[in-house]
Design a protein around this ligand. Structure first.
Ligand code: ATP
Ligand code: MG
Ligand code: MG
Length: 554
């Protein structure tokens, strides 16, 4: 791996190492909430945290931040694990915030005993009304000065299920006049009569994010708890909660922030992606148009291409939008190295080689990957009847059209030079067949003078009697706008591109018959494709991962 300059988080770690942290004290975590599938934004956080683990040979936990049973599901836990593994990372310990519910409860009781937490019995509206504004202090709750004993009794009764949702909350007793709104007696627990995917109905009070996160970091002895910038104002509260319990012999975690990554022409928010799934705009979380890790995987992206993308954009202190063409550049670059080349015709036009004997066939040598000599070669059949792409033939064209025109010559990839002699049209004037002659001495690789003859233009093609048909899915951007969720007056759903999926029938060279779901190829001159998970040997389905060139650079 190339040495690059340190990012600002690595500088923080380096400074801590100079200031007395031991290398063995370093520990990181990636903390997804299992309320949806991971997306390309998460990949940045995964590469950052696991990258730190690799750099410092430090453990990295996979921590499920599962404190909201209303939105979390086991399916999401499994999908998140599969995605992190697929990206190529292994975690030290699989942790769940829900494993700490008992500990967190006991610590909350401690806070009550120290007079630092109280049960508030107001409605959420009343509590919100008292919060004040950033420039104006909030009002204290009439329940703020309940006795410790009363608080302990009420909190226990909350835990025992004696109240309905919304009747009481537990709040930290901090400062209703703080300039940081989050310090104005934040809620630590709310009542939720909902079954949790792991603790089932053991609990009917659930801890809030701020109360849970830092304490979970502390329990796991995470040294650097990295989160996105919107948590910057939460840092003071993170520290306040830790101050209430930290044992000086134990390591005290540090929260540090980096900018959320956004990708153009899509949305990176689980909540918004869920809306696309529920609304049927896509077939599921792993629809190949989705910016989820599972969608990108199904689309044909490689883990390397996603990691290289994340490393290239690095991490930042300010939010911005990264153009999706950069992600496409990275997958193209990787697939160019590893994807075998094959010939497939997507928009067929029949070519008849009039001087080739009917019923004859021959199998030509075709190099699998010019970028990788070890990939070897395969045989492709040639016969009297072929398909080429419709766009590759014109009756007449100017000198810049380096494809087939009447009276002109082209080379068929891995095959012969052919010349277009005439063509046939249907009643509407559409060209339905081109009659060509071939030069029998011009076969590629045969070493003859004719085989070395230069003609402008090389076309991909398939032999009609040997070709198999398959469904090929061509994708366009899922959104018509570069920043669909960046409009004040319009919902992101208004920008969904109704034509983001086009299904066509492709004609494949026979070597593709044995391709399995997930296999990746370059369809020569057309782009990179992979076999979709919907594919079967009877009905093969391919996805276009990306075109060969950036057709969006306008
Ligand atoms: P979402 O809005 O999509 O639900 P989230 O931040 O609530 O995002 P989490 O499951 O809490 O999702 O995220 C796990 C980790 O990944 C957190 O540390 C979070 O800050 C980070 N993360 C999430 N989205 C991005 C992003 N777009 N860029 C960088 N890091 C991200
Ligand atoms: Mg979160
Ligand atoms: Mg979220």
């Amino acid at each position: 791996e190339e040495e690059r300059s340190l990012n600002f988080i690595e500088h923080i770690v380096e400074d801590d190492l100079k200031d007395g942290y031991a290398k063995k004290d370093l520990r990181f975590r990636f903390p997804p909430e299992p309320n949806g599938y991971l997306h390309i934004g998460h990949a940045s956080s995964i590469c950052l945290n696991f990258g730190l683990g690799l750099r410092y040979k430090a453990p990295v936990n996979l921590r499920f931040d599962d404190t909201n049973p209303a939105k979390e599901e086991r399916e999401y836990v499994e999908a998140i694990k599969a995605d992190v593994e697929w990206l190529g990372y292994s975690w030290d310990t699989e942790c769940y915030a829900s494993d700490y519910f008992e500990q967190l409860y006991n610590w909350a009781v401690e806070l009550i005993k120290k007079g630092k937490a109280y049960v508030d019995s107001q409605t959420s509206e009343e509590i919100a009304d008292q919060k004040g504004t950033p420039t104006e202090a909030g009002k204290e709750s009439p329940f703020r000065n309940r006795s410790v004993e009363e608080n302990l009794n009420l909190f226990e009764a909350m835990k025992n299920g004696e109240f309905k949702e919304g009747e009481h909350v537990l709040r930290a007793k901090i400062d209703m006049g703080s300039s940081n709104m989050l310090m104005r007696d934040p809620i630590m627990y709310r009542i939720l009569h909902k079954a949790h995917h792991r603790t089932n109905t053991d609990w009917c009070i659930y801890p809030m994010y701020d109360w849970t996160h830092g304490e979970s970091d502390y329990i796991e002895q995470v040294s650097h708890s990295l989160c996105t910038l919107e948590f910057l104002p939460h840092r003071e509260l993170y520290d306040w909660f830790l101050d209430q319990l930290v044992d000086s012999k134990k390591l005290r975690p540090k929260q540090r922030e980096f900018a959320r990554r956004n990708l153009s022409h899509t949305v990176v928010s689980k909540r918004k992606l869920l809306k696309l799934v529920e609304n049927g705009n896509v077939s599921g979380w792993d629809d190949p148009r989705m910016p989820t890790i599972s969608g990108l995987r199904r689309r044909g992206y490689t883990p390397e291409s996603i990691r290289n993308f994340a490393d290239t954009i690095g991490i930042a202190k300010r939010e911005n939008v990264v153009d999706v063409s950069l992600l496409e550049f990275h997958v193209r670059e990787h697939l160019n190295k590893i994807a075998p080349r094959v010939m497939v015709v997507l928009n067929p036009l029949k070519v008849v080689i009039t001087n080739y004997t009917e019923g004859d066939e021959e199998w030509l040598d075709a190099e699998n990957n010019p970028e990788d000599p070890s990939a070897g070669s395969r045989k492709v059949p040639f016969s009297r009847e072929l398909y080429i792409e419709k766009e590759d033939f014109r009756e007449e064209a100017n000198r810049k059209f380096f494809r087939l025109k009447l009276g002109g010559e082209v080379r068929l990839k891995n095959g012969y030079i052919i010349k277009a002699e005439s063509c046939t049209k249907d009643e509407e004037g559409n060209i339905v067949e081109v009659q060509c002659t071939y030069d029998p001495k011009s076969r590629s690789g045969s070493g003859t003078e004719e085989s070395l003859r230069k003609v402008k233009g090389t076309l991909h093609w398939v032999s009609i009697p040997h070709a198999t048909a398959a469904e090929v899915r061509l994708y366009d951007r899922l959104f018509n706008d570069p920043t669909p969720d960046g409009h004040k007056d319009k919902d992101f759903m208004e920008f969904v591109n109704p034509n983001s999926l086009q299904k066509v029938t492709g004609f494949l060279e026979p070597s593709l018959k044995d391709a399995e779901p997930g296999d990746r190829f370059q369809f020569q001159r057309l782009g990179y494709f992979n076999v979709d998970s919907d594919s079967s040997s009877e009905n093969m389905v391919f996805n276009r991962t990306v075109t060969l060139r950036d057709t969006w650079a306008k």
